[in-house]
Design a protein around this ligand. Structure first.
Ligand code: NGO
Length: 498
């Protein structure tokens, strides 16, 4: 992470004394990612000054605070939050139904929405309508103008997701929070956390304490680098932080494969009762829970129960991918017992597309990660699309990308952007899209940012916007670069963007 001071200077326009009221804003209304549904430019720009107030009903205080927090550092203004005001203001109102409406005039920017999540989405749009210097951490000399007009906007899909893999390399709560800050700007509203795998176990489970004592110890992770886990208190804090940004955390425990770390901690989870060696390599598909043993289901139920209790969101992901060391019959038998446990603890089961082999997947959400351009649903009726050759943020951009894998191909920004979710499966079956980021080759936040941006923004636009237009996206991403630079986000400068 590094702050580029020169970019800030270039963007900060000098203040002049005599300003015509009809000055032009630096950012065109609609130059926003994801692209809004309807944009009607017109009327007078709004100018944010040291007199501006934020008006919000008590029930929307959290959104108002997020807005104030976003605008105060760079403007240096107080921007008090009040319940009613006749001053020039940014007002938040609930009432308008689906999505949000943002209107900009000389005296007021009004954002109205059906709920606080909608208002928060409108706030993210507003942030992008201000000059990029608005993202600076210290006061900037700039004219804070927002172009006049109206935006009416609503999401195409309910689920817009990102995923972090804490198992291959642990990522700290501070890093996860920083990622939440970045993804929520693009109206991504779910963050899936891959919390267990062959190399490590990253969430405290009270009834099986060795999972983290052993599976989260120093040196657990690919190449023996990393280690660490989330305590329950730490996890709850992340859930709360995410919720304040209208992001739902989706926890995943991967079963019946990808369980080597659990078996190192508890050898009774293997069929022969012998602990396997800890693994720090990146092979997949070699471990399996013992399908015939009762302890397997005690383990699964304890983990699901404790995880459900930590999870206010509706989904609990039980993995289910690449169980190559489990026979097909055993796999189905396992899922027939385990999928209903998720419902028993009040959650909707969610799993990689392999779970669709089991009839019990009828009530589950599938996460499609395969490469074939068609999804065939056998039992489930809802799917989140994460085709690995489009949406996997851990694939290299090109053969010379220093990080990442390439088993699903190279994914330049345009490849991540130029596909249509409805060409995979009927629109009514699509809950949404998700961009997973696996961490075999990633260590720190710079690595995460470099692989995620700009591609995460591409997947976010597919999940939110009704239309897809590469040329327009390319221009808006190019215009977005100074914002990432200002925040010190270590993004990939694609030659496709220019
Ligand atoms: C696969 C595999 C993961 C890897 C990832 C790397 C799924 C669902 N299972 O995706 O274990 O980390 O590829 O790209």
């Amino acid at each position: 992470m590094r702050i580029v001071a020169t970019a800030l200077l270039a963007l900060a326009l000098p203040l002049t004394t005599a300003q015509a009221p009809a000055e032009k804003a630096a950012v065109a209304l609609g130059s926003v990612i994801p692209a809004p549904s309807e944009v009607r430019p017109g009327g007078t720009a709004f100018r944010l000054t040291d007199r501006t107030v934020i008006e919000a009903p008590r029930g929307s205080r959290n959104v108002a605070e997020r807005l104030a927090e976003a605008l105060r550092p760079a403007t240096g203004y107080r921007l008090p939050i009040v319940e009613r005001s006749s001053s020039r203001k940014i007002s938040l109102r609930t009432g308008h139904r689906d999505g949000y409406r943002l209107t900009v005039g000389r005296d007021e920017i009004a954002i109205s929405a059906g709920d606080n999540a909608g208002l928060f989405a409108g706030v993210q749009t507003l942030r992008q309508l201000l000059p990029p210097a608005i993202d600076a951490a210290t006061p900037q000399r700039a004219r804070w103008l927002v172009a006049g007009g109206e935006i009416v906007d609503r999401p195409r899909f309910a689920y817009r997701g990102a995923m972090l893999d804490l198992a291959r390399h642990f990522h700290t709560p501070a890093e996860v929070k920083r990622y939440i800050d970045e993804i929520s700007r693009f109206k991504v509203n779910h963050l899936h956390l891959h919390l267990s795998d062959d190399q490590g176990w990253r969430i405290q489970i009270d009834s099986w304490p060795r999972l983290t004592a052993v599976g989260g110890a120093p040196g657990t992770g690919v190449d023996g680098v990393g280690g660490g886990y989330l305590t329950k208190a730490g996890y709850r804090d992340l859930v709360r932080y995410a919720a304040e940004r209208y992001v739902t955390i989706v926890p995943e425990i991967d079963m019946p494969g990808h369980v080597n770390a659990a078996q190192v901690a508890y050898p009774e989870l293997t069929c022969d009762g012998v602990a396997p060696p800890p693994r720090t390599d990146t092979a997949v598909g070699y471990s399996s829970l013992c399908i015939g043993k009762e302890v397997t289901y005690r383990f699964a139920e304890d983990v699901i129960r404790e995880l459900a209790a930590l999870t206010p969101g509706p989904y609990l992901h039980i993995g289910g991918d690449e169980a190559h060391a489990t026979s097909e019959a055993d796999y189905v038998a396992f899922q027939q017992r385990v999928l209903p446990l998720v419902a028993k603890y009040g959650k909707t089961a969610y799993g990689w597309n392999e779970i669709d082999q089991a009839p019990a997947a009828a009530d589950a959400v599938l996460q499609y990660w395969n490469l074939e351009p068609t999804v065939t649903l056998r039992h489930a009726s809802k799917v989140v699309l994460s085709p690995a050759n489009r949406a996997y943020l851990d694939m290299k951009y090109t053969p010379s990308t220093p990080l990442g894998l390439s088993w699903a191909g190279y994914i330049e920004v345009r490849t991540a952007y130029d596909w249509d979710p409805t060409s995979y499966v009927a629109e009514r079956a699509i809950l949404g899209v998700e961009a997973p980021l696996w961490s075999e080759t990633l260590r720190d936040l710079d690595d995460i940012e470099f692989m995620a941006f700009p591609r995460l923004a591409a997947i976010a636009e597919l999940g939110w916007s009704p239309h897809r237009d590469w040329e327009s996206f390319r221009e808006r991403i190019r215009a977005y670069y100074p914002r990432w630079e200002t925040r010190g986000v270590d993004f990939y400068r694609s030659p496709q963007i220019g």
